[in-house]
Design a protein around this ligand. Structure first.
Ligand code: HEM
Length: 182
């Protein structure tokens, strides 16, 4: 696992990704913006409509066999054919954070099959999980996905399957930002 890497998402007038839609899912949405960029390390000046920060981190819930399976199938970000992306910032409820680690794992995987369901959509979808909670940010996680246009319908199905799980009962704010790169 690489060392934690700070990541900044800036939405505004500049960036390689064109915002095609901002869909409020749960709780307050985010302001409109034309373009978006994701920057590792020190971000460029804040010229944006809004900015969200986080950091990459170690795994919390993934069992060793799952980690090995994921490592064997997952693809990296930045594939040339992956001209569609989604940024989905998520905040979970106090009830989630009040649980111990083993109880959260049980909800996430044994009861909700988050990892097993997600694996069905690899390698078409590449992803990155960014943690924001400990930075006092408005969201706990910034989730990022990249895929080719032909995998967009599958990605939509993945979203509806995950949102029907017990785990999503602990989500109290979620915004879906859909993006395209020409
Ligand atoms: C966490 C896999 C799709 C949101 C995780 C973890 C894995 C995983 C392995 C646990 C990381 C850890 O051990 O700490 C996948 C795979 C997907 C997928 C293979 C297929 C593309 C999604 C989607 C969303 C999402 C579409 C959002 C709509 C999250 C969130 C967490 C997470 C918020 C953090 C949960 C927490 O720590 O409470 N995912 N996921 N995932 N995933 Fe996914």
């Amino acid at each position: 696992m690489p060392a934690p890497l700070p990541v900044t998402v800036t939405a505004g007038a500049h960036g390689p990704w064109r915002v095609t839609d901002i869909r409020p899912c749960l709780g307050a949405t985010l302001p409109p913006a034309a373009r978006l960029r994701v920057e590792d390390g020190d971000a460029t000046p804040d010229d944006g409509a809004w900015r969200l920060r986080g950091v990459t981190s170690n795994l919390r819930y993934t069992a060793e066999a799952e980690r090995a399976t994921l490592a064997g199938v997952q693809q990296g970000l930045g594939r040339p054919q992956a001209s569609r992306a989604a940024l989905i910032p998520i905040r979970k409820s106090a009830a989630w954070w009040d649980m111990a680690q083993d109880a959260r794992r049980a909800v996430l995987e044994e009861e909700s099959r988050h990892i097993a369901i997600g694996l069905e959509y690899l390698p078409g979808v590449a992803r990155r999980l960014i943690h924001s909670r400990d930075l006092g940010e408005p969201f706990d996680f910034l989730t990022w996905f990249e895929f080719a246009p032909e995998h967009e319908a599958g990605f939509d199905t993945l979203l509806s399957r995950l949102r029907a799980t017990k785990e999503w009962g602990f989500v109290e704010r979620e915004v879906e930002i859909r993006l395209a790169r020409d």
